[in-house]
Design a protein around this ligand. Structure first.
Ligand code: PMP
Length: 359
């Protein structure tokens, strides 16, 4: 029996995608081989990479003057690659601190460049997206975490950064709704939420931002080398790329990002409504900053011990009811339901009815 999996990542994948992958596990596209066995430089693998990239370009409306890279090292490696590649000359960037993942990005960038924390929502435990100040103008880029997986916040309006390129971590919201790529200089996302299995990171970079890394930057971290070789400088995460391709085909059949946005809004609204009306739980996130993907909630009880007991009992009993991975991020606590593209409406309804019955 399949459970409803609310994990923040790796997370639920569409069942038809898993079934297709299972069917092709020993013989993909009539090649007599698994994608796992193919040479990455063979005529069998080439079309897989090509198709995955063109589907992503189509579904996200990526303009021609952007490169798409399929890399490794997770979104975390991008925390370092972005400053190493983009800020070699100016050595300065703006970061907005919305907690956890943006804090990690700041910590990593601070090893290489001067980070100006333009705004932070730490004063209210990261329960809102702070107003974004304009950059001074001499910064190499302006970084935001579009959707914060841990705290469950989301930017609903992008900051105005003028000529300073906007850079964003979109790990937990890529393809969840339409996004105007041309507003950004660089976007990056780990695959293990809306794209496919862990092990592949997608980077979308405007061409004029490529080619600025100092020569001492390792080749594997240099966007220019990786882009020149079309993600094939070394062996790419072949199977992950293939799986992303299957997910993208599925997404296209569902109606693309417009259809996903409609469904994701419906799912999130139902769940937030349930929490806003619950006597037991609440969402701490300001309404205008609420994530559509990661819904964080806490017991209302004032007593910390009772709250902890309720959280533990909730996670345990939910799992027995087939609703798994509902504990909050270990740094945030509480509970969290991640309802990515592949989480069906029925899964959210099942969770709501469990919340309503929970005392
Ligand atoms: N950024 C965000 C928004 C994330 O949610 C995560 C992981 N959950 C990361 C970065 C780190 O990603 P990875 O584990 O792929 O390096």
């Amino acid at each position: 029996m399949r459970v409803y999996n609310f994990s923040s990542g790796p997370s639920v994948l569409p069942l038809p995608v898993l079934e297709k992958a299972a069917l092709e596990i020993t013989n993909a596209n009539d090649t007599g081989q698994s994608v796992m066995e193919m040479s990455h430089r063979s005529k069998d693998f080439e079309p897989i990479l090509y198709e995955t990239e063109s589907l992503l370009r189509e579904l996200m409306g990526i303009p021609d003057n952007y490169k798409v890279l399929f890399l490794q090292g997770g979104a975390w490696l991008q925390f370092a690659m972005v400053p190493l590649n983009l800020a070699a000359v100016k050595k300065k960037a703006v970061y907005i601190d919305t907690g956890l993942w943006s804090t990690k990005a700041i910590e990593e960038a601070s090893k290489y460049i001067e980070v100006n924390t333009g705004a932070s929502s730490k004063d209210k435990v990261y329960t809102y997206i702070p107003p974004a100040p304009p950059p001074q103008g001499d910064e190499a880029y302006y970084h935001i975490t579009l959707n914060n997986t841990g705290y469950g916040t989301k930017w609903s309006q992008l900051p105005e950064t003028g000529p300073v390129p906007l850079v964003s971590d979109i790990s937990s919201c890529i393809l969840s709704e339409p996004l105007d790529v041309s507003k950004f200089g660089l976007l990056y996302a780990g695959a293990q939420k809306n794209l496919g299995p862990a092990g592949c990171t997608v980077v979308i970079i405007r061409e004029d931002l490529i080619g600025n890394a100092p020569s001492w930057v390792p080749s594997m971290l240099n966007y220019q080398i990786l882009a020149r070789e079309n993600s094939m400088f070394n062996t790419p995460p072949c199977y992950g790329i293939y799986m992303i391709g299957l997910v993208l085909k599925w997404l296209k059949e569902q109606g693309g990002t417009e259809a996903m946005s409609k469904l994701n809004r419906e799912k999130a609204e139902l769940l937030y409504n349930c929490l806003d009306n619950s006597r037991v739980f609440y969402s701490p996130i300001e309404k205008s900053s609420r994530s559509l993907m990661n819904i964080v909630f806490f017991p209302r009880d004032e007593d910390p011990q009772k709250r902890k007991d309720q959280e533990e009992r909730f996670v345990k009993e939910a799992a027995l009811a087939g609703l798994v991975n509902l504990a909050g991020h270990r740094a945030v606590g509480g509970l969290r339901a991640s309802i990515y593209n592949a989480m069906p409406l029925e899964g959210v309804k099942a969770l709501i009815s469990f919340i309503e019955k929970f005392y």
